[in-house]
Design a protein around this ligand. Structure first.
Ligand SMILES: [Fe+2]
Length: 133
């Protein structure tokens, strides 16, 4: 079951809460897939993921700018890569490809977990070292 757990914490409450929301969206897709309704809700999940990641990435990027984070460029490049891929999946779905649920879920989960555990944690450590919480 896809769900947030404390090992994903980046030690910054607002970012953790947003990651929880994103993983909850993926958990809903997983639950629907297990019930044979993955293709049915995929479009809706992608809409929500795209909308929420925009908001979430803005939060992180705003903090990076405020606190002059040195690795901003690399971090932003990962966000852009994610947005491009999620948008592409959304376009495939809109074009009628309904069998994308598993690929989508796999991509979104792998990307999200890898990004949280490496790139976002690194940023979280930077904020903690600066005394920002
Ligand atoms: Fe990030």
């Amino acid at each position: 079951m896809i769900t947030w757990n404390p090992t994903y914490s980046v030690q910054y409450v607002e970012i953790d809460q947003q990651h929880q929301k994103l993983l909850a969206l993926l958990g809903e897709l997983e639950t629907a897939m297990l019930a044979g309704r993955g293709a049915e809700i995929l479009g809706n999940t992608l809409d929500q993921v795209l909308e929420y990641t925009d908001y979430h990435f803005s939060t992180e990027e705003g903090l990076m700018s405020t606190h002059r984070y040195p690795n901003t460029e690399l971090h932003l490049a990962q966000h852009e890569e994610f947005k491009a891929h999620a948008l592409d999946l959304h376009q495939q779905y809109a074009a009628g490809q309904r069998a994308l649920a598993i690929d989508t879920l796999t991509f979104l989960c792998e990307w999200m977990l890898y990004h949280i555990l490496s790139t976002d944690k690194e940023f979280g450590s930077f904020l903690s070292a600066k005394g920002v919480a």
